[in-house]
Design a binder for this molecule. Sequence first.
Ligand SMILES: NC(=O)c1ccc[n+]([C@@H]2O[C@H](COP(=O)([O-])OP(=O)(O)OC[C@H]3O[C@@H](n4cnc5c(N)ncnc54)[C@H](OP(=O)(O)O)[C@@H]3O)[C@@H](O)[C@H]2O)c1
Length: 277
Amino acid sequence: MRIVIAGCKGQLGTALQEVLKEDTILGMDLPEYDITRRSSIEQAIGDFRPEVVINAAAYTNVDGCERDPDLAYRVNALGAQNLALVCQRYGADLVHVSTNEVFDGTKTEPYLEFDPLHPINAYGRSKAAGERLVQMVWNRVYIVRTAWLYARSGKTFPYKIVTRARERGALRVVTDEISSPTYAPDLALAISQLIRSGQYGIYHFTNAGICSRYDFAVKILELAGLGHIPVEPITSDQYSRLSTPPLYSPLRNFCGAELGITLRPWEEALEDYFASE
Ligand SMILES: NC(=O)c1ccc[n+]([C@@H]2O[C@H](COP(=O)([O-])OP(=O)(O)OC[C@H]3O[C@@H](n4cnc5c(N)ncnc54)[C@H](OP(=O)(O)O)[C@@H]3O)[C@@H](O)[C@H]2O)c1
């Protein structure tokens, strides 16, 4: 297949390039390609004539979105709309990657693909707007929501936990933020299966299982050989940050499982993350 990956230098974009290496790929990212400027992507996509465009580009700094919501809307909503308009023009399928943060976290069981959106922070609002816009523009769209994404290429949660444990010798981690860690190569594999299905719709792809940030941190330390580092359990009201994450936001993979697309348990994926060091 001929596939455009927008955000090809990010965690998911990098994993997608690896998983889709048998396909013909055009990678796009800043500074050459800016999804907020349609003119900077339209010509290249038109010349390349992809069957699928995967939007893994986003402004993912959640606290940064709180500081600069206009930038969040520009990239996560209007940038996504630009890609949908280009897909419509050239007849390409669009995979738009979204987040657990489109939900408010007040549910007591995992969120279904069909649950109503109710974001509670600027990042979530911009991502929810992106979902709406791509669906208004084009009908050949797969929306793939994921959560707590991490990879070797990113300085995300596992990297920060290991680094801070080494620097500080002790950690405090919240017990009441709950979701599902997702290893970017596993998400990339699920997306590579989905794009061959023709079954447009909304999908929830995270690694299987549910845990708190605290459980995740303890497992990271164990696998990193740092199990002796003390981790103090705290609640999110004891941890000050600019944005408010949804507290309970696991995503149930109902639609993908119907197609036979499932992801392995998060603990197994985390072992692979450490094995790939
Ligand atoms: N990370 C998570 O925990 C998480 C959780 C749930 C959902 N998601 C979603 O999953 C997707 C992939 O996330 P990720 O963690 O792989 O993100 P990432 O590592 O931050 O990668 C995003 C990439 O997009 C690029 N980008 C930003 N603005 C752009 C623009 N205007 N035009 C073109 N490229 C631009 C970034 O470049 P710069 O680095 O130069 O800005 C970066 O290379 C996103 O849709 C995100 O919202 C992520």
